[in-house]
Design a protein around this ligand. Structure first.
Ligand code: 3MF
Ligand code: MG
Length: 360
């Protein structure tokens, strides 16, 4: 029996993940929020690059204009953008860093006040698609085929502002145009249910995966799951990851933490609920996440109260928390867990997990 054989083989050598860490330059920031100005000095981009390896990170995530400043303003030619990205690739190589993805940061541009792909204004929709094509050019120059769609303003403040069928079709049309533009790239949709808009289209990972079915190449549409975004949809991040993993669609993650249904906090991974964090690490590890080159991205913000000197701790500690939880997860006795499941003794299983987390 092939299945029984597989199970035995599995027991001998359990599947484990391979974990390499990444973050984006925006995760080291000056601390401005909607109600107050910056509180820390700017760390120049080139200085940030020097910090990655020192902190144990090998991958860098980019917005298009992190990589090529000003690329969305309509003042640079396509050739100039590619040239700038090619130069940056050399700098990354010198630092031993790999570009994980490029995401078009459209939400600051006047053309996207009411969204890009779903704007009611055709000129703005065109801007969004053209800008994303340039993000693809930049990604190619940086040596990555991953394009992230965080659909910031693709939604509404009042439901009557856009037709939801039409809006879904427009997002799918944009995705199709991009898949057609470059036969090698793949799109990773980073779903989020709200903020900055009241209701975003493609609010969960189920929506993200299903969107692929509206294109001619669903195999090139996957997702990036952010802990806080799942929690803002009142969903369990590790179950969301499990769902995406079952579909072979979990191509990146943004680990962080979040105190309930409020603004997107991007707290240090595990800071609110270490058990919830353990379950995310565990589902990734058990599914062999990273064995096909997927990265562990940390989308975390340092507290606004941190002084200049402490402005990197959220990244270092998020990585540390991940690795500590990985140790805990791998120390758990799978046979014991199976036996407790079979016995339906979930109280004992509950204690087993709590005991592992709270160990002195
Ligand atoms: C917003 C986010 C974004 C995305 C980033 C990459 C600014 O809640 O999580 O961070 O992660 O734009 O697509
Ligand atoms: Mg994110």
């Amino acid at each position: 029996m092939a299945t029984a054989k597989k199970a035995v083989a599995k027991k001998e050598k359990p599947v484990q993940g391979t974990f390499r860490f990444s973050f984006g330059p925006w995760n080291i920031h000056e601390g401005a929020d909607s109600f107050g100005p910056e509180v820390r000095k700017t760390i120049p981009f080139n200085k940030k690059l020097e910090l990655y390896k020192k902190m144990g990170f090998d991958g860098i995530q980019f917005h298009d204009d992190d990589a090529v400043p000003g690329c969305g303003d309509g003042k640079m030619t396509q050739a100039q953008m590619i040239k700038a990205a090619t130069e940056l690739k050399k700098t990354l190589d010198n630092h031993g860093l790999t570009a994980e993805f490029v995401a078009p940061r459209m939400w600051f541009n006047p053309n996207t006040i009411d969204g890009g792909y779903t704007s009611n204004d055709p000129k703005c929709r065109k801007y969004a698609i053209e800008r994303t094509k340039r993000a693809i050019d930049i990604a190619n120059a940086l040596g990555t085929r991953n394009i992230v769609f965080w659909l910031a303003r693709e939604g509404t403040y009042i439901r009557e502002a856009k037709d939801p069928v039409w809006a879904t079709e427009r997002i799918a049309e944009a995705a199709q145009a991009l898949l057609d533009y470059d036969k090698n790239i793949r799109l990773m949709i980073e779903s989020k249910p709200n903020e900055p808009v009241d209701h975003a289209y493609i609010p969960t990972i189920g929506h993200a995966i299903a969107l692929g079915l509206l294109t001619t190449d669903p195999s090139r549409i996957g997702c990036l799951i952010e802990t806080a975004h799942a929690l803002l949809a009142n969903l369990c991040p590790s179950d969301e990851m499990g769902y995406a993993l079952a579909h072979k669609k979990l191509w990146s993650v943004h680990l962080n933490d979040q105190n309930g249904l409020k603004f997107d906090q991007d707290l240090t991974f595990g800071a609110v609920d270490p058990r919830r964090a353990l379950n995310q690490v565990r589902v990734l590890d058990k599914a062999g996440y990273g064995n096909n080159g997927e990265w562990v991205g940390l989308d975390v913000k340092v507290m606004r109260t941190q002084k200049d000197k402490g402005g990197l701790k959220h990244l270092e500690y998020s990585r540390k928390v991940f690795l500590r939880l990985l140790e805990i997860s791998r120390s758990l006795d799978d046979a014991k867990i199976e036996a407790l499941r079979a016995e339906r003794d979930y109280e004992e299983l509950n204690w087993y997990i709590l005991d592992a987390i709270l160990k002195k």
